[in-house]
Design a protein. Structure first.
Length: 548
């Protein structure tokens, strides 16, 4: 079993926003963040994350909890499995009460193999010469942990001699097994270690220098490596991205290495795949402007077009820089064209303009029929944008096609996104919920409230009141109250005192009216109750609180 101290240590390290944004795209909304709920089908975001309270809650389906609960629900894991998954993602070593620690060993395999690859680079003149020819400095080799993978049998030998099992090596994608034959996945290649955003080693990229059929290969999909969610060197670029509010996305490892070497420390790369929807949560962090730096060949332009469509439709700001003439960022750094690069990155073609220009370039606009098809395709793309941007780029498209803007028909219906917060339609709902929220957020005020109010005095939210008394703060209904920014808690004792006076006067007036209309009580009992209630109301009107 995982030790409780170990679990508490992991919890202290976790940040719920970082955890959830690794799985789904989130957007800032006041003090909290919102997202489309991953646990039920919805179009308008009702899933709210509170970094301050370290909880999430969906106002649509009621799902809620902490970072561990999210991973359990999203990945369909039990509690220990979710703990181990989060420990893997955060490079955290768990301890077990039975002295067995498979999780800790897994993390060590990737790190030790990476260190070994790095040590081998210094013994391989051919690999060193290739890096030197590309202009990679020794400082960059050390910064990025660049290494060299030898023949297959040597890697297998290293894995076994360090007491790691082949099953473990296969699971983590550094080895394979076929027909009873074991082999290393990376053979005679320059190695680029790939890390998660927190710095944990999760995979490798390899570039052949001995003529293997595939020039570049990456680790396969594993429990800790998903190339559609990772960006090469994001862990090294993260602080620069947050500081500069900009991220440069390239197509290759060497592009990133050389850009960092030239001072562009906010550069990253996709891992042999186009930019996908799964990358967006990572790109949303820090809300940077995005510069896509792609090759000018057909494959590069196609990838840039696909990325631009995706990013513009999702509301990202930024643009595209295309490298023509067979050059790439790494070549330009190597040949001393850093100033030119800097100018290019400062003047990219905006995403929307790039998409429209590339779309129109696919048609012979001298042919009326082709021109009409270009109009239809471009208009369909504009409809994926906000109404404001549709209007802004209507004239741009019309000018490119040399037609009247009136021929570009756009859908201007703009549905208002409903609030994710429930509307209170009864007079005392808001007041009672504010009282409950005050008890949750300020235990000292909670004790004072309990001196004068019990759950049976509430008209609408007695159940939630009892949940607070029982300290069931992880209950979905209490989480909903905690994350509802429309419910304000009372700031201090003086404000609370006045609110309690008002509430109690109204409560005892209702109680008095009920006693006066009761028929079954005796005259003596009725008279006693009336005197008692009127006495409490009189005391309350003098500004003094009374107990129930």
């Amino acid at each position: 079993m995982i030790s409780q101290d170990s679990i508490e240590g992991l919890k202290a390290r976790l940040d719920i926003l970082d955890v959830i944004s690794n799985y789904i795209e989130v957007k800032k909304a006041g003090a909290n963040f919102k997202a489309v709920c991953p646990f039920h089908d919805e179009k308008s975001p009702s899933f709210v994350i509170s970094p301050q309270k370290q909880i999430y809650h969906c106002f649509g389906c009621g799902a809620g909890g902490d970072a561990i609960k999210f991973v359990m629900e999203y990945e369909k894991l039990n509690y220990p499995e979710a703990i181990e998954r989060l420990a893997d993602q955060n490079n955290y070593t768990l301890h077990y009460t039975d002295n067995k620690s498979p999780q800790a060993k897994r993390s060590q395999l990737m790190e030790k193999l990476s260190q070994w690859y790095q040590s081998l680079l210094h013994t391989m003149p051919t690999a060193q010469e290739y890096l030197k020819e590309r202009g990679v400095s020794m400082a960059s080799i050390e910064k990025f942990g660049i290494g060299y993978a030898p023949e297959s049998f040597k890697t297998l030998q290293f894995i076994k001699s360090n007491q790691f099992s082949m099953r473990e090596a296969v699971e983590l994608g550094v080895a394979g097994s076929e027909g009873g034959r074991e082999y290393a996945r990376f053979i005679e290649r320059i190695i680029f270690p790939i890390h998660a955003s927190n710095g944990a080693s999760v995979g490798f990229g390899g570039r052949t220098i001995t003529g293997h059929q595939a020039k570049y290969i990456n680790s396969p999909q594993t429990p800790i490596f998903n190339k559609s969610r990772l960006l090469y060197a994001y862990d090294l670029a993260r602080q620069a991205i947050y500081k500069q509010k900009q991220i440069i996305i390239t197509e290759g490892y060497l592009d990133v290495v050389m850009l960092h070497q030239a001072g562009f420390n906010h550069a990253v790369a996709t891992l042999g795949t186009a930019l996908t929807q799964e990358h967006l949560p990572l790109l949303r962090k820090g809300e940077p402007r995005i510069i896509m730096a792609y090759d000018g060949d057909n494959a590069g332009r196609a990838a840039a077009l696909k990325a631009s469509r995706l990013l513009s439709a999702e509301g990202f700001d930024g643009g595209v820089v295309i490298f023509e003439g067979g050059l790439d960022p790494a070549d330009m750094v190597h040949t001393g064209q850093t100033d030119t690069l800097n100018s290019m990155f400062h003047t990219p073609t905006p995403f929307i303009e790039f998409v429209l220009a590339e779309t129109l370039a696919n048609y012979d606009l001298r042919n009326p029929k082709a021109k009409e098809q270009a109009l239809h395709e471009s208009t369909a793309y504009l409809k994926t944008l906000s109404p404001f941007l549709q209007q802004e780029y209507r004239s741009f498209l019309a000018a490119r096609l040399a037609i009247s803007p009136s021929l570009i028909r756009l859908d201007q219906r703009h549905q208002q996104v409903p609030s994710v917060m429930p509307q209170m339609n009864k007079a005392y709902d808001v007041w009672e919920l504010s009282l409950i929220k005050s008890m949750m957020e300020n235990p000292a005020l909670g004790d004072q409230i309990l001196d004068y109010i019990s759950s049976d005095m509430l008209q609408f939210h007695a159940y939630e009141f009892d949940l607070v008394v029982q300290q069931q703060f992880d209950h979905p209904q209490l989480m909903a109250i905690a994350l509802n920014e429309g419910i304000q808690s009372y700031a201090d004792e003086e404000a609370l005192h006045q609110e309690l006076l008002t509430f109690l006067i109204q409560y005892y007036n209702r109680k008095l009216k009920k006693v006066l209309t009761q028929q079954h009580d005796s005259f003596e009992k009725k008279s006693f109750l009336i005197r008692e209630i009127r006495g409490k109301i009189s005391t309350l009107r003098q500004g003094k609180l009374v107990t129930s």
